[in-house]
Write a protein that binds this ligand. Structure first.
Ligand code: 4NP
Length: 162
């Protein structure tokens, strides 16, 4: 919060393992939710792993977003970096493993808060967003439900209070 009572433009990073399924869906859901609310934020996503760096989101994730009217095909995977702990206010990990891997490289003077995505949802704190990568296509619908709920919670938290 600044002295004039406005929240400085928040910057939120969504984190998963490959940055091709859960975190790009979370970024897409959040981009749409913040745009609907007319709130200006910086949003991005990353993975703890480097296998998919430079790749577009998984085709099944793209299809799930498209079903909701959202195009995530232009997103490209990247790996979490130490810089991210200074560039973002909040880093939201999809699951406990992602959180632990991020903690392992977090600098001591990091300015970003690091939490699980579902910590924002009452009753689901401490839970992970299930990784749909190795599952059937219908796993992506349930991933979407989770990340869309997270997006709504973020909009409520980061909208200027009237
Ligand atoms: P994500 O899913 O972490 O939600 O992007 C995965 C994507 C790729 C792999 C694992 C999970 N992988 O092992 O390549």
């Amino acid at each position: 919060m600044r002295e004039d009572g406005e929240i400085a433009k928040p910057a939120i990073l969504f984190l998963c393992l490959g940055n091709i399924c859960r975190s790009p869906l979370a970024e897409g859901a959040a981009r749409a939710a913040f745009a609907r609310a007319g709130v200006d934020v910086t949003l991005d996503s990353a993975g703890t792993g480097d296998w998919h760096v430079g790749h577009a989101p998984d085709k099944r994730a793209q299809a799930e977003a498209r079903r909701r009217g959202i195009d995530i095909s232009e997103l490209r995977a990247r790996q979490l970096s130490v810089d991210d702990f200074y560039r973002f206010n909040l880093i939201l990990a999809a699951d406990e493993t992602n959180l632990r891997d991020a903690l392992a490289i977090r600098p001591a003077d990091a300015t970003a808060d690091l939490r699980l995505m579902l910590d924002l949802i009452p009753g689901r704190g401490g839970k992970g967003v299930t990784d749909p990568y190795y599952g059937k296509d219908d796993g992506f619908a349930s991933t979407w439900e989770d990340v869309d709920a997270v997006a709504s919670a973020l909009v409520a938290e980061f909208s200027p209070k009237g």
